[in-house]
Design a protein around this ligand. Sequence first.
Ligand SMILES: [Zn+2]
Length: 80
Amino acid sequence: MSIFEGCKECQRLSAAYEATTMEWFRLQGQLRIAEYSHEEESSYRIVAEINSTARRRQALRDDIEKHELAAHRRTNTASS
Ligand SMILES: [Zn+2]
């Protein structure tokens, strides 16, 4: 993924993507602890949060791709 210098939207999207990635890792850690302590209810809750975070992350990745195509057309022209 590339960030275009001076593009506010690229910066906003990549910051949001990074924050969501950090959140995903944090939840993975929580899940490991919950599973280790056999806390089934929290495990279910955390798994649900992981899934929604993963969806949000995927949506952001799509947004980044769409934005790059729309605003920075010259990139990613490896295939025709
Ligand atoms: Zn941009």
